[in-house]
Design a protein around this ligand. Structure first.
Ligand code: ZN
Length: 342
């Protein structure tokens, strides 16, 4: 039978004004309750981090139970060599996208100043927050981390050793709408392929936590940062350029919030190309997953925000926070300063 016979005839559509989507990726997910691909955490790590230097380590975290109730200390984690005992099939298991070197005290740390290289990028919350048709490249790995919620990994052909480029790649993907903004920094964790999601809301009727499922595992499918950026339509070279910064000079601004944030050690720098936008450390960073200090912007009052100023923190815990919360926080700081001076 000719395929034309089963395809209903449709009228030719008028050309759309919107640019056409280049090769939307067709992803084959497992159906229904089909068993996932068997992929141990060790196998995953061995492929992702094959050929790493003797002086760098991948980083893992793992713990049982509900993520929301776990103490912050579980996120410290430890180097993946040797495999830590907290990585177990019935635990929440995490791997960091980067490798790390030893700090000055000789111990490995998952910190930006010990950063060694980016080995893979994570696209988080596909299916729930990000539609699958936002995918622009065939994934190296797809893991169902909670019911109808997937995490995508793109493995890099070679580790990216330039931190500006690595960050530009991650931020570019977020800006392109490819991933939930939670996937902010170079120290970000994603879930390992095998493990349980201990969040209470994902518990089955039997009271057991959700057991993760690997839908796709193609470790030879690897990309360069440039290929990823090109597929998602941004210029990695331009985004990787260090921002011009005069050392030792404070930002020139008559803005009171900037002054107060700077005095409190929460000011970072103006964001070039974004009028009136300043990168700051979120006053509530300790509540962020993994205590991440990136991803927060303050906007100086102007006509775009009705003269009120703006506050945007990409972390889930801050989703509902607005300029009103920042105003109140700054007011508290100023009162405290005034009291101390009195
Ligand atoms: Zn925040």
């Amino acid at each position: 039978m000719s395929p034309a016979a089963i395809v209903p005839r449709t009228k030719k559509k008028a050309p759309s004004a919107r640019p056409s989507v280049a090769n939307p990726v067709q992803v084959k997910l497992l159906k229904g309750k089909a068993k996932g691909i068997e992929l141990s955490c060790v196998d995953f790590l061995a492929h992702v981090f094959a050929g790493i230097g003797a002086d760098e380590v991948p980083w893992l975290a793992g713990f049982p139970g509900d993520v929301a109730k776990a103490p912050h200390s579980v996120w410290f984690g430890s180097p993946a060599i040797p495999m830590p005992r907290f990585i177990r099939p019935d635990h929440n298991n995490y791997v960091c996208v980067s490798t790390f070197k030893r700090a000055e005290d000789g111990r490995y740390r998952r910190r930006k100043d010990c950063w060694a290289g980016l080995h893979m990028v994570l696209l988080d919350d596909l299916g729930s927050k990000i539609p699958f048709d936002a995918l622009r490249l065939e994934p190296s790995c797809i893991v169902e981390t909670s019911p109808k919620n997937w995490q995508i990994w793109y493995l890099l052909q070679r580790p990216e050793r330039d931190p500006l480029k690595a960050e530009a790649l991650i931020n570019g993907l977020i800006k392109a709408g490819a991933s939930d903004p939670g996937a902010g920094a170079l120290t970000r964790y994603g879930r390992l392929p095998t493990g349980s999601n201990g969040k209470a809301k994902h518990q089955g009727k039997d009271g057991k936590p959700f057991s993760q499922r690997v839908h796709v595992w193609e470790p030879s499918r690897r990309y360069t940062p440039e290929q990823i950026a090109q597929a998602y339509g941004f210029d990695l070279e331009a985004a990787s350029k260090p921002r011009a910064q005069r050392k030792g000079t404070k930002p020139i601004s008559a803005n009171r919030h900037v002054e107060v944030l700077d005095a409190a050690g929460l000011y970072i720098r103006p964001i070039s190309g974004m009028h009136g936008a300043h990168q700051i450390i979120c006053p509530w960073w300790e509540q962020h997953t993994d205590k991440d200090q990136t991803g927060t912007i303050y906007f100086i009052p102007d006509e775009h925000n009705g003269g009120r100023g703006g506050f945007k923190c990409q972390h889930g815990h801050c989703a509902d926070r607005s300029i009103a919360d920042l105003d109140y926080f700054i007011l508290t700081l100023r009162r405290r300063a005034a009291r101390a001076a009195a």
